[in-house]
Each structure stands twice: as structure tokens, then as C-alpha cells.
Design a protein around this ligand. Sequence first.
Ligand code: KG4
Ligand code: ZN
Length: 342
Amino acid sequence: MKNANIYILAIESSCDDTSCAILKNNQVLSNITSSQAIHEKHGGVVPELASRDHQKNILVTVKAALNEAKVNLSDLNAIAVTQGPGLLGSLLVGISFAKSLALSLNLPIISVNHMQGHILAHLIEDEECTKPAFPFLCLTISGGHTQLVKVNSALNYEILGTTIDDAVGEAFDKAAKILGLPYPGGPLIDRHAKLGNPHRFKFSNAKTEGYNFSFSGIKTSFLYFIQNNQKTNSNFIQENLADICASYQHHLISTLLIKSIKVIENYKIKDFAIAGGVSANSLMRSKVKELEQAKAINTYIPKFEYCTDNAAMIGIVAYYKYLEEDFATLDFVPITRMESFI
Ligand code: KG4
Ligand code: ZN
């Protein structure tokens, strides 16, 4: 080992954000993300365009992260990169870049599960935040996943519940598209909802077993709800946008919380965290805080910069894997779907 401190350069390119971070042990020295605006007008991420933009942005993002951290390539102990889940072309850009860098610097490479990153973002050292104690429950809510995970230690997890079809982020984004809002629509639904009545319109869900979720039926019923109302009022969306967003958002967040509370009660959970893009949602954040009193538990909400995709969260997983000397060989490949954490 070069020195007592461990310096890791982490790369995240699983979807449409090219992100690079430098960590010194469990502290983030820099975390730079280049977002791709090009997908907005297409109503969703176009994989080919995403890969091309990653290719364009990756070198400048890595250089910017090194500069901001005031770290040289020669200071690094390891290179970390997202292995999956994500888009194949996007993952390939980050992985190929990380492999080349590791090979040329003769450093170990660490492959990281993106969802594990969302969870372990809670273990980043930050004087403004306290960390959850093991075992804690983490509700990971993103554009691709909705999971209730019992986190026994930094590298040991049990998935207690998962979506049997779409992720909650998709339910936000698809509804936003039906409303004519640009991609990604989750933050826009959140913004419009602030001015609306959450109890004006009612939605219902498919029943699911145990702690599992289902969000595909709600998208279809949302489409019919809009189409039916437009038959009698062609300006239905424009005249009711805030109430529609507030009611729909309230429905999705309540669904997430009902199942989370079941786990909290049945497993006698003391520490409850949320992670992933949808944890940026303002209603979710305030409802989770309310649980502290109502259920006598501690709750953990990530800082905004660690909610959506970022490389700092990849770096913190890599730090724990580095301590275990859990390194990848240079022939590892992207995994677009990763259901477990193994
Ligand atoms: O974790 P993330 O950045 O990427 C994936 O790993 O999927 O999550 C992206 C998802 C998108 O569906 C986006 O609409 C949603 O997070 N999102 C939100 C908010 N901010 C991001 N959904 C609701 N309210 C928000 N404020
Ligand atoms: Zn993510």
C-alpha cells in the first residue's frame, strides 16, 4: 500500500449522467457530474445518444474531479466503476475507460453494483449527516428499482421486497409524459404538486404479496383517467395540473410508505433510510421525517447531491470493497440487469 489513506477514483456512467468522484477513505474530495440534456426532447433516455455523450464527457469529468480534489493520478490506490445495472453502451464507456486507466497505472480495479451505491451513500463521512447503524432498512427508489433492503453490514444485504414490474421512478416519469412534461418528469411532478390538493383525485393499486410493489397498472389507469376527463374537458390537464400531480404523487408515496412501515414493524427496525433518485421527492422526504415521531425510529435521507446518480456513491462501495481486497479482474463485463447484490 502506498500510504495509510486510501484514494479512490470512481466512475459512474450507467444511464445518462457521466460522473466521477475522488474519495479519501470514506470522505468525498470531489464529485463531478455532467448531465445530458439531449434526452429531454425525446421523452426518455436514448441509449445510443447516452453512450456517445459519455464518450465525449468522460475525460473532462475525470480531469475536473482530480483537479477539484487536488489529487494526482499517482496518488490513487484504486479505480472503481459501475458494473451494472444500467444501459449496456453507457456502462461500456465507463468500464472501458476505467480498465484502461487501471491497466496503465497498474492499479486494482473495483466493480460496483449501482444499487449498492445508492444505499451506501449513507455511509459517506459528512459532518452534516449522521450514519445509520446496522442493521438498517433501506428503501431504494429509482428509475429502475424499487426495493426494501435490510442492510446487515456494508457488504451484506437481504432484499425483503421488490417491484414485480415497473419501478416507482418510471411511474413518475410515464405519468409526466402523459401530462406533456419533459423527461425526467419526477422532479416536475414534485414541483407542480406543491401547489395542488393531494386528496382531490383518487388512484388505486394492484394488490401485491408481502413487501413487494407493483407500479405498472397505475400507469395505465392514469392514462385512462386523463383520457376520460379530456372527453368532457379538452383543457383538463392545463386547468388541473397541480391537483393531478399532487394526488398522483401522494398515491405513489403512500404506497411506498405502507410497505415500508410493515417491514419496520415486523422486523422491529430502528434505523430507516431512503436512497435513489425518488428520495429527492419533497413529499417523500417530509413523510419519512414524520415517521421518526410516529414510529419512534431514526430516519436517514440523503443529501440532494447523493440522491440521483453520482460517482461518490460508487466510491464509497469501492472503499469498503478495497478494505476486503475485493478486486475485479480486467475481463469483467457490464451486467445490465442485476437483481441481487452478489
Ligand atoms: O437514481 P436515479 O437518478 O437513476 C436511476 O438509477 O434510475 O433515479 C432517477 C429517477 C427518475 O425516475 C426521476 O424522475 C426520479 O428519480 N426523481 C424524482 C425526483 N427527482 C428525481 N421523482 C420524484 N420526485 C423528485 N423530486
Ligand atoms: Zn441510480
